[in-house]
Write a protein that binds this ligand. Structure first.
Ligand SMILES: [Ca+2]
Ligand SMILES: [Ca+2]
Length: 454
């Protein structure tokens, strides 16, 4: 005999007839009271889901047919349904039917595992990157992560109306779900594997440098994925790594993409000589470059040409950097109170902070500072809200106001030979003379430089 639960669980979704309400995670509970009354509890996939009326009727009919005439169906809205509720069997059936299950990787900052159910092999798992293509510190990452998408400081519609800015892998996953819909619309016959292949093959390869595990996964590029899906066989350059080189230097870069053929050639524009190149595979080239000492700094278009004449061009795919500036750093003691203890603590907290003077040495040229990081054996401080590191304050003078009192990000100019000051809260007597400090500054021209106190 079929139990009331089995009868309710076997009801198929009226819109996705390949999966049952149990596999979709819509069925929450089936309860029989002493009088024989059956109460079935279900959760809609979204509020106002029109299919719920049909499901309610189907479940009632099925439970009655199993020998329980007295049935009521209760709808609960909390906890809200998410794709996390879909069972593994449900995911497999959806995938076989051409429906992808896109799942956020989770926000535990794990470096080699994903939250369930993103870890399920049939899920399309999505981790979060910053807008400048760093892995977000909170994002779970693993070698088997499917894709990255932007997930830091994303403007989104919010429950209750209006918009808000939020961060999380739950902000990254909808970028992939939306992209999936665009690709599926462009090619309705495409399978889950075909679309996933187009997205991963044309993604920019992002290395998890925070974790230093070497894990490198693709961050989606919608336009290129669309082109790959609609133009099979055509070469596409997804990215160049490293994508910058300093004038007067030689380096080897990796070109990632699709449909590279044996015998392909590459060019990197004016003042850059390709000294040798290897077609590693249809998705990867290794190219040795020599950048002339007299090269003009700036972006170059990268072009790959297959022997048949088909070309792929990535506009501005590689940038020639000027020489980096020389920095000086002096530890002045715990002189001022500018910041507190925490990633967003860009205001006074009543305790004196480690205070440092930074000099852009004469002859370096005027620069614009875009990121600062202070490192000691006792910790890391930075101006980057996308990392968990504590606040690093920056000011034009010891008594000047913070240049980064908002979110912590910096963008300020320093003259040739000019100075600025940075401030970091002391967790436990870290800031004493004799401790080894390293300050690293990034500049708007793409260069970076480090300094230690002399
Ligand atoms: Ca302080
Ligand atoms: Ca930070």
């Amino acid at each position: 005999m079929v139990t009331a639960y089995q009868a309710a669980a076997a009801v198929v979704d009226p819109e996705l007839r390949v999966v049952t309400v149990e596999e979709l995670g819509i069925l929450r509970d089936v309860d029989i009271d002493p009088t024989g009354h059956v109460t079935v509890t279900i959760t809609p996939t979204y509020s106002g889901c029109p299919a719920m009326d049909v499901i309610r009727a189907d479940v009632t009919k099925a439970v009655q047919a199993a020998g329980y005439p007295d049935v009521s169906v209760r709808t609960v809205l909390t906890p809200a349904w998410t794709t996390d509720a879909i069972t593994e069997a449900g995911r497999e059936k959806l995938r076989a039917a051409g429906i992808a299950t896109v799942v956020a990787s989770g926000n535990n900052g794990a470096i080699d595992q994903l939250s369930a159910p993103a870890c399920v092999s049939t899920a399309v798992s999505v981790g979060a990157t910053t807008k400048d293509d760093q892995v977000a510190y909170f994002s779970n990452v693993a070698p088997f992560l499917s894709l990255f998408a932007p997930g830091v400081s994303i403007t989104s519609s919010f429950a209750g109306g209006g918009f808000a800015i939020a961060s999380g892998t739950s902000m990254a996953a909808p970028h992939v779900a939306g992209t999936w819909a665009v690709l599926k619309q462009a090619k309705p016959t495409a399978s889950v594997d075909e679309i996933l292949q187009a997205l991963s093959g044309t993604g920019v390869m992002i290395e998890d440098t925070l974790a230093e595990t070497g894990t490198t996964r693709p961050r989606i590029q919608v336009d290129l994925a669309l082109s790959a899906l609609l133009n099979p066989g055509v070469p596409i350059i997804a990215g160049v790594s490293p994508k910058r080189g300093t004038l007067g230097t030689s380096l080897t870069v990796t070109v990632n993409g699709i449909n590279f053929q044996p015998g392909a050639t590459a060019s990197f524009g004016a003042d850059i000589t390709v000294t040798s190149m290897t077609v590693v595979s249809s998705t990867q080239l290794s190219v040795a470059l020599a950048i002339a000492a007299t090269a003009n700094p700036g972006p170059r278009d990268v072009t790959v040409t297959n022997p048949g004449g088909q070309t792929a061009t990535r506009v501005g795919g590689f940038t020639v950097l000027p020489l980096p500036p020389t920095l000086g750093l002096a530890f002045l003691g715990k002189l001022r109170d500018k910041v507190g203890r925490g990633n967003t603590a860009f205001s006074v907290d009543g305790a004196l902070d480690g205070s440092f003077r930074v000099t852009v040495q004469a002859g370096s040229g005027a620069r614009t500072v875009t990121r600062l990081e202070l490192r000691t054996s006792g910790g890391v401080w930075d101006t980057d809200p996308a990392t968990a590191h504590w606040a690093l304050g920056a000011a034009g003078s010891l008594d000047g106001g913070l240049l980064n009192s908002g979110t912590g990000t910096v963008s300020f100019g320093v003259a040739d030979g000019g100075t600025f000051f940075v401030f970091a809260a002391d967790p436990s007597s870290v800031f004493t003379s004799g401790v080894s400090f390293t300050l690293t500054a990034n500049f708007a021209d793409g260069t970076s430089a480090s300094a230690r106190p002399v």
